[in-house]
Design a protein around this ligand. Structure first.
Ligand code: CTP
Length: 411
């Protein structure tokens, strides 16, 4: 479990359909595993399934009422709402009768009606005795379902409840969980890439207790690191001070100042294939930070001498061998002209231009809107959306650039 990623199932909504086979007791174990992995599971049973195990068992373990009756559930429109809310619908065990109903599109009970209204991925794990699996009608139904994109997990061979040996046992739990995870995992289009993401603000000390910083929360950079990891990349996050947890599977170097950040990024630059500079790096630092706390004085503190920091992206773009470079442009006016200039000056492949004064967007917010500008002059305006979603859109926009970079250069 958790093969490609830690805790893919956390927070995912799984609709578990249980139909009437002796293997119903195995669905109880499956439910426990899914719950342990952090999924939210709603169970729907056919009437036949309730003859094997009482709904109460599933109810207690899922901590939710178990729906069984289309007509009782009708008032709450469960045949519509449950599938609408689900990330994946799994039927385990599925009887030969259930397979037939799914193949034909019958809807004579809650479970089969739900399958007709569901638009999420459907996984079916059949279990049946007495050679039913090999019956041509069953095989025809399985083929029809597969042709429609349903994942049908072959039953396994072994001793059956009847005492016979044959192919009909519900496939093992690991296979079911792995195929649920495979449905839930996003595209792994960054597998093999080494992505370095910078995030958050930097803090430039004035004295041991005071510093200059900015309003960056780090949310955009952390969302990018998480998205890149989920898409299969090896990810190194170089983070200024933030209050955010490091996404699972992401390596993180914590830094404070622009100088520390520059050091961490340049040291790891040769390792990386893609660099995304989402950090809000200070452009200036106090020239001579005091070693001791500066004491209160009467009257105004007239001047604080500042020295420029290194433009890290600029440095990296001059050192690049094959890396794809992505920058951010946080602007309060003339968004696109300023962003375009940064794209050119820093010799970037893509820049994410965002107006940090826009309502609901920018620093600290969970949402952002942006325009993506590329080196070859494409421009894509993205509306206000959660930063995690924006992260995926930015990574989507990198795909053609990655493909082009992988092509052999003309001689
Ligand atoms: N950046 C950097 N090093 C700096 C400052 C910025 O690498 N010392 C990076 C940022 O991480 C971002 C891009 O450069 O990806 C643009 O940063 P931004 O703050 O928008 O612009 P600046 O280049 O600092 O220019 P200005 O402050 O004048 O807008």
């Amino acid at each position: 479990m958790g093969q490609a990623l830690d805790r893919v199932l956390t927070g995912k909504r799984i609709l578990l359909g249980v139909s009437g086979s002796i293997a119903v007791y195995k669905a109880v174990e499956l439910l426990r595993t899914l719950m342990r992995e952090g999924a939210e599971v709603s169970v729907v049973m056919t009437e036949a399934a309730t003859k094997f195990v009482a709904p109460l068992t599933f109810e207690v373990l899922s901590r939710k009422p178990v729906a069984t009756d289309l007509f009782a559930a009708h008032q709450e429109m469960l045949h519509l709402t449950l599938p609408e809310e689900a990330d994946v619908l799994v039927i385990a065990p599925a009887t030969a009768h259930t397979l037939a109903k799914l193949a034909l599109g019958l809807g004579d009970d809650l479970l089969s009606t739900m399958v007709l209204t569901a638009s999420c991925p459907l996984i079916v794990a059949p279990a049946m005795d007495g050679g039913m699996w090999d019956h041509p009608t069953v095989q025809e139904h399985v083929a029809q379902l597969r042709a429609r994109g349903v994942t049908v997990l072959d039953p396994i061979e072994g001793p059956l409840a009847s005492g016979k040996i044959g192919k009909g046992r519900l496939t093992d739990e690991q296979t079911i969980v792995a195929s649920i995870e495979a449905c839930l995992l996003p595209a792994r289009d960054l597998a093999g890439q080494r992505v370095m993401v910078s995030a958050g603000p930097t803090q430039e000390p004035i004295d041991p207790v005071r510093f200059l910083s900015n309003r960056s929360s780090g949310k955009m950079g952390y969302a990018l690191a998480q998205a890149a990891r989920e898409r299969g990349a090896d990810v190194l996050l170089v983070s200024g001070p933030t209050a955010l947890p490091v996404p699972p599977g992401v390596r993180c170097l914590h830094v404070e100042t622009a100088e520390d950040m520059a050091k961490a990024l340049t040291t790891n630059f040769r390792w990386s294939t893609i660099v995304i500079m989402a950090a809000a790096v200070a452009d200036f630092r106090p020239d001579k930070p005091s070693g001791q706390k500066i004491k209160k004085q009467t009257g105004a503190w007239k001047t604080l001498a500042l020295a420029p920091t290194e433009d890290i992206l600029h440095t990296l773009s001059r050192q690049r061998t094959r890396q794809i470079l992505v920058g951010f442009a946080a602007e309060t006016e003339a968004l696109l002209p300023h962003a375009r200039k940064k794209l050119q000056d820093k010799d970037l492949d893509l820049i994410v231009a965002n107006d940090v004064t826009a309502d609901g967007a920018g620093f600290g917010s969970d949402h952002n809107a942006a325009t993506l500008l590329t080196r070859d002059c494409t421009s894509t305006a993205l509306p206000l959306m959660p930063k995690r979603e924006l992260a995926d859109r930015i990574l989507d926009a990198l795909q053609p650039i990655i493909k082009r970079a992988a092509m052999p250069k003309p001689r």
